[in-house]
Design a protein around this ligand. Structure first.
Ligand code: HEM
Length: 186
């Protein structure tokens, strides 16, 4: 259901992101990781506000990985601190919306497994030299994705399924529009 509802948005974003393009270089990759940080950092804050202070939302690990990558790619902490942050985030007021948002951000770790090989081959960038985010869950990727799908299945109910789908579509739309504004899409 979610996969079919977001397939066109996924295809469009995949085609426009230069990560798989043959002319990908280190400067373009760095710009993409900066823009990813600009989306994930405020999204993490929003998720933690929704879940409460003791949250262990997966976004926390992703933002930490992005900061590590930005440092490895040559940015210092003051530079990271002044990167532009996305202010137009998907609405997050319900558990259904949280799951729709998480679907998109967690699903991206599957593509990450393809992309991490590409940046290793083309740019010589590995997990410890700027590629941690694309391999954020490492060997746990499949297991964590299955666990997330189970969480989605447990939540499945006709009363709120539309809200999950709408939030997933809104997340793809917000992310694409942010990457576009950041100038990293072709
Ligand atoms: C060039 C960039 C990308 C590539 C090459 C790519 C590739 C892939 C691949 C190979 C899968 C696994 C499909 C399967 O197992 O059947 C996948 C799944 C997924 N990707 Fe991407 N992806 C990219 C970017 C993104 C981005 C930027 C997002 C979201 C921010 C995203 C969200 C998802 C989601 C939600 C799924 C799960 C689909 C499902 O329900 O099975 N992807 N992607």
């Amino acid at each position: 259901m979610l996969r079919a509802a977001t397939a066109a948005q996924h295809r469009a974003l995949e085609a426009r992101l230069p990560l798989t393009h043959p002319d990908l270089d280190r400067a373009t990759y760095t710009k993409i990781i900066e823009a990813y940080y600009g989306f994930h950092a405020p999204l993490q804050r929003k998720i933690e506000q929704f879940l409460g202070p003791r949250s262990t939302a997966p976004e926390r690990r992703k933002v930490a990985a992005l900061i590590k990558d930005l440092r490895a790619l040559g940015l210092n902490d003051p530079q990271i601190g002044t990167l532009p942050l996305c202010m137009t985030l998907p609405t997050l007021e319900t558990q259904a919306q949280l799951l729709g948002i998480m679907y998109v951000m967690e699903g991206a770790t599957l593509g990450g497994q393809v992309l991490r090989r590409i940046i290793a081959d083309r740019l010589g960038i590995h997990a410890d030299s700027g590629g941690e985010f694309l391999d954020v869950y490492g060997r746990d990727t499949g297991r964590l994705w299955k666990a997330f799908l189970k969480q989605l299945a447990d939540f499945d109910h006709p009363e709120h399924n539309n809200q999950v789908v709408d939030a997933a579509c809104a997340t793809f739309a917000c992310f694409e529009s942010w990457l576009d504004r950041a100038g990293v899409l072709s």
